[in-house]
Design a protein around this ligand. Structure first.
Ligand code: G3P
Length: 217
């Protein structure tokens, strides 16, 4: 499973990228706001750090305007994936931009039918939002499983990009289900390294080592 990092924080991206943890990046208008940076500037900087797909989201609502914005965003770097919302106009935009050979990430997906439409419109990635479904007492992971089954049934090559990933357990479950990609905030990716038994075991080793009176260096 590929790891995308869901942030526009350049320092956090660079740190994870140095560890080989970053196969791509996803941003959205809320993350651009959080970064306090200009969208074109920060996206260009991210693309200079990461060689994999970097999603940059359009903000227009009509297809014609979305297409123009998508073309402008795609000029930033060859690894831009234009992110469009899963609306009818977003699907029209997806069809046009994917026909031009651009990567398209269709976002804000909350149903299997929406994912089916995105695949037919030529999406490179479909982004189902797990956490936001869980927030309203639906099962985000069940949606990932349903889309996996449907895409496999018909051989769609649109990649399932599990988004709104909030916990390390979400990551495990996405990997078990067979999501192609998951995108998570840096804190969730770092949190995957934590285990209470690792901390306990290390603590004991340190205590015993101190008793030996030895040094390695
Ligand atoms: O990848 C989508 C993500 O940015 C949304 O996450 O936690 O705001 O639902 P969240």
């Amino acid at each position: 499973m590929k790891f995308f990092v869901d942030t526009a924080d350049v320092d956090a991206i660079a740190e994870l990228n140095d560890l080989g943890m970053v196969d791509g990046v996803t941003t959205n208008p809320s993350l651009i706001l959080k970064s306090g940076r200009d969208i074109i500037e920060v996206t260009k900087e991210i693309c200079s750090i990461v060689s994999g797909p970097v999603s940059a989201e359009v903000v227009a609502l009509k297809a014609e305007d979305m297409i123009a914005e998508g073309r402008k965003l795609a000029e930033i770097a060859p690894n831009i994936a234009v992110k469009v919302p899963l609306t009818w106009d977003g699907l029209k935009t997806c069809k046009v931009l994917s026909s031009e050979g651009k990567m398209v990430n269709v976002t804000l997906c909350f149903s299997a039918n929406q994912a089916l439409l995105a695949a037919k419109a030529g999406a490179t990635f479909i982004s189902p939002f797990i956490g936001r479904l869980d927030d309203i007492n639906l099962d985000g992971l069940e949606l990932i499983g349903d889309i996996r089954t449907i895409y496999d049934n018909y051989g769609f090559d649109t990649q399932i990009l599990a988004a709104s990933v909030r916990t390390a357990n979400h990551v495990t479950q996405c990997a078990l289900i067979g999501a192609d990609v998951m995108t998570a905030p840096p804190a969730v990716i770092k949190g995957m390294a934590s285990h209470v038994l690792t901390d306990k075991g290390l603590d004991q080793f340190m205590k015993d080592w101190a008793k030996t009176g030895q040094k390695i260096l």
